[in-house]
Write a protein that binds this ligand. Structure first.
Ligand code: PMV
Length: 327
């Protein structure tokens, strides 16, 4: 018997950075993300007949999900989360757990969010069915998932997700609910500093003092700009927000940076595009070198022009193809 679940990645435009409670992944500030339905993780659980405990395996014959290998540390974090759910649901059987994504992991594309959300869904379904109970409501699944990876709780909600403290909910912003998400892949190498380390290190930055206030102020401004269809202000706020998060990384006690020379090239391409056309994409970066851009549906011609820029010629650009009603 096996249980399969998929979950989308989500990219924060107002970032979760810094924890109030490390054990339970309660954030210091509220965050707002867009859910990207075509960048997904898949998890499959099957009952293990032996009593040797849970184990992880990659997908080897599952097309786009094949070929994602978790390091030993990643496997143990993933299996620990399965153990946490089993414990929470009072289940003592063992599973073989397989997982993969249709995009690179550890490169700032939120693979931990989608993979922990997929695992949580598959585990809850499996255990509830094996115990003959009712599957938990989405809010409870999101709360369980948050314990494994904070930002994964947002992957249960779409098109936008607002996460504040221990609560997450969907938000909708009219025409901005159907954004097209492009990722300029400047590197598919896994990042050297994990987001857990980043959450701790940022607190040592001199810029951290007012970080929560800045994030909360931008969140209010961003919601207002999204509600009033003010795309240029949305762009400016999102740019200021990711630059703020990356400035914390650059100014903490053991400074580090995810931004490479190639990231800067991609960012410059986006700013010069805005200057030339007076219009352009929303831009953000996560904890990785890659650059995320988001377009409105009516910008499809601009999006094609942008993808063909000579400055981006050396990079792979991937699209979620999330136009119009394709959801
Ligand atoms: O959920 P975590 O612990 O992987 O943290 C995610 C942190 C960022 O991706 C950098 C920002 C965010 O809000 O997703």
């Amino acid at each position: 018997m096996s249980w399969i679940a998929c979950a989308p990645s989500n990219i924060a435009l107002i970032k979760y950075m810094g924890k109030l409670d490390e054990e339970r992944n309660v954030p210091l500030n509220a965050s707002l993300s867009f859910t990207s339905h075509d960048f997904i993780s898949r998890a499959e659980l099957s009952v293990a007949d032996n009593a040797a405990g849970d184990c992880w395996q990659p997908f080897d014959d599952e097309g786009v999900f094949a070929g994602i290998y978790l390091s030993e540390q990643e496997q143990s974090k993933y299996i620990k989360h399965l153990g946490f759910i089993k414990n929470h649901l009072e289940f003592s059987g063992n599973f073989i757990l397989k997982s993969g994504n249709n995009f690179p992991k550890g490169a700032g594309i939120a693979s931990s969010a989608s993979s922990f959300a997929a695992l949580t869904k598959a585990a809850v379904q499996a255990i509830c069915e094996l115990k003959g109970g009712v599957v938990l409501p989405v809010e409870q699944m999101a709360a369980l998932s948050r314990i494994g990876s904070g930002s994964s709780c947002r992957s249960f909600f779409s098109p936008w997700a607002l996460w504040n403290g221990e609560e997450v909910k969907s938000l909708s912003f009219g025409e901005f609910d159907h954004l097209s998400h492009q990722i300029i892949i400047v590197s598919d190498k896994a990042k050297k500093v994990s987001s857990s380390q980043a959450h701790r290190l940022v607190k040592t930055s001199l810029l951290y003092k007012d970080r929560v206030d800045r994030a909360e102020t931008r969140l209010k401004q961003l919601i207002k700009a999204l509600e009033s269809d003010d795309w240029h202000t949305v762009f400016k706020i999102c740019w200021a927000e990711f630059a703020d998060m990356h400035a914390l990384f650059a100014t903490c006690d053991e400074p580090f940076s995810y931004i490479s020379g190639d990231s800067v090239k991609a960012l410059n391409a986006a700013t010069s595009f805005w200057s030339t056309y007076g219009d352009g994409p929303i831009v953000t970066m996560d904890a990785g070198a890659n650059v995320h851009v988001f377009w409105r549906q009516d910008q499809s011609r601009l999006q094609i022009q942008f993808s063909g820029l000579p400055e981006l010629a050396g990079f792979k650009v991937i699209n979620d193809g999330n136009h119009g009603n394709k959801r």
